[in-house]
Every structure is written in structure tokens, then in C-alpha cells.
Ligand binder design. Structure first.
Ligand code: GLP
Length: 250
């Protein structure tokens, strides 16, 4: 697991956008795993800016989102479907049928989860998975305690995650209690992983991720077991890790 330290959110986004663009330009059929949350928004904006300037084509690209809330419709403004269209897909030329996001309103949500895993297996895992990180170290919606061999499944969100994500909702009780998410094993099927972290609220999670053995207490620490994972973190996100390292050297 490689750590790339950058100054702030802008530099992190630039690194990620260039990383993704390199993949799209070198393989027009690249299979991208995408994430939601505040962290990748600026990265997506940069992809849109590039599309407008250079018309980098997404005609043959396919995308696979990590997760979706259960119980809200794809066209609900708070769904991750809506998020992805609002922040990226509406502005690039990706065909609708090449966009894969779990359907949180499926009549059989467990079947939906196994169908989604089947899709991931059919493509042999995504080529590049973009990840954010939760304040408690979650990736996708894999909360602490999730076994590392879990595939796409239904989760009950922790209070801390619901609180952190309530900023997108009217209030915390409007945040769904369940979500469907790629599991840790599904994420590990990716050929490459790029995890982005920005801001002080991620400092503890980044510290936990890099210190000690990988543990289900910090789901993101599983990336230590992946042969090709890069973590791009800004100064605030690495602050605790750096402070601890310099203390142990003094
Ligand atoms: C949600 C998503 C994660 C995301 C996390 C962090 O819980 N399911 O995929 O990484 O939030 O979000 P943010 O980037 O807004 O801090």
C-alpha cells in the first residue's frame, strides 16, 4: 500500500483526476469502480472540465458504483444514483447502459446483491476502484467488524456513519438505516485501488490504516493485503500519522 501525500483537497483531486484520465486514455474500455461522498466531487468536476476541453471519450467505458442506500428510489435526490448523475454522468458521454449502481429499491434486495457481485465477477473485477474513507475507516459501506471475505451485501449503517452522512439529508432520521454495498472481497477483486482522504476528520482513520496489522476494526486497513493500492491523503488527513511518526523518531 503506497501513500502519496499532497497539500490539500485540490491537489488530491488533481492527482486522482489525472490517474483516472490516464486509465481512460490508455484503455477506452476501462472498467472504473466509482465512489460517492464529498471527497471525489472535485475529482469528478475535473473530469468534466477535461471532457469539455479535450473531449476524452467515455463511450466504451463502464462504471460500477460501490454502494447505494436501501429503500430510496434511484431518482430520489438523496440516492447515490442521483449523486453520480448530478456530479458526473450528466456531463460526460458515458452510455446509460454502461453505468452500474446497485438498485436500493429492488423487490429482492439480497438477490440484487448477488446479481451485483455476479456482474463484478463477469468482468473479472474492476480495473481501477476509486474509494473514499469513512471517519471510522469504512470503505464503501463496510463498517468496522465486517469480515474481509464479504461480497456485495446489505448492511445496517452505524450511528456515526448516519450522522456523518446526514449533511446531505434534511435531518439524521431521514438517513436510511440500511445500504447495499460491494463487500471488502468485492473491492479486493479490483486490479488497482485509489483511496482518497482529505481533512482532519479522516486523520484517525488514516492513522489506523497505516499503523499495525490489517484488522476488521479498520476496514480500510485491508488495502495492505492488495498488491496495487495507492492512498492519496492531504496534509490534514495524514496529520496524526505524521505526528506519531515524528514522535517515535525524536
Ligand atoms: C459514505 C460512502 C463512502 C464514502 C464515505 C466518506 O459513507 N458510502 O463510500 O467514502 O461516505 O464520505 P465523504 O467523502 O463525504 O467524507
Amino acid at each position: 500500500m503506497k501513500l502519496v501525500k499532497v497539500k490539500g483537497h485540490e491537489e488530491m483531486s488533481e492527482f486522482a483526476a489525472n490517474y483516472i484520465l490516464d486509465k481512460v486514455k490508455s484503455n477506452c474500455q476501462v472498467k472504473l469502480g466509482l465512489a460517492t461522498g464529498g471527497t471525489p466531487v472535485r475529482t469528478y468536476e475535473m473530469l468534466i472540465e477535461d471532457f469539455r476541453r479535450n473531449y476524452t471519450s467515455y463511450q466504451n467505458v463502464s462504471t460500477y458504483n460501490l454502494d447505494e442506500y436501501v429503500g430510496i428510489a434511484p431518482d430520489d435526490p438523496n440516492s447515490y444514483h442521483s449523486f453520480m448523475f448530478k456530479h458526473l454522468f450528466d456531463y460526460i458521454n458515458i452510455p446509460r447502459e454502461k453505468v452500474y449502481i446497485p438498485n436500493g429499491l429492488s423487490a429482492d434486495i439480497h438477490q440484487e446483491a448477488s446479481n451485483y457481485e455476479y456482474i463484478i465477477d463477469q468482468i473479472g473485477g474492476v480495473d481501477l476502484q476509486l474509494l473514499g474513507i469513512g471517519e471510522n475507516g469504512h470503505i464503501g459501506f463496510n463498517e468496522p467488524g465486517t469480515p474481509f471475505d464479504t461480497e456485495t451485501h446489505i448492511v445496517t449503517l452505524t450511528e456515526s456513519t448516519r450522522r456523518a452522512n446526514s449533511r446531505y439529508f434534511e435531518s439524521v432520521d431521514k438517513v436510511p438505516e440500511k445500504a447495499i454495498t460491494m463487500g471488502i472481497a468485492s473491492i479486493l477483486k479490483s486490479k488497482e485501488i485509489l483511496l482518497l482522504a482529505s481533512g482532519e476528520s479522516k486523520a484517525e482513520a488514516i492513522y489506523q490504516m497505516f499503523t499495525g496489522e490489517s484488522s476488521i476494526d479498520c476496514p480500510a486497513s485491508v488495502l495492505k493485503n492488495h498488491p496495487n493500492a495507492v492512498v492519496v491523503a492531504d496534509e490534514k488527513a495524514v496529520s496524526k500519522l505524521i505526528a506519531t511518526m515524528s514522535m517515535s523518531h525524536s
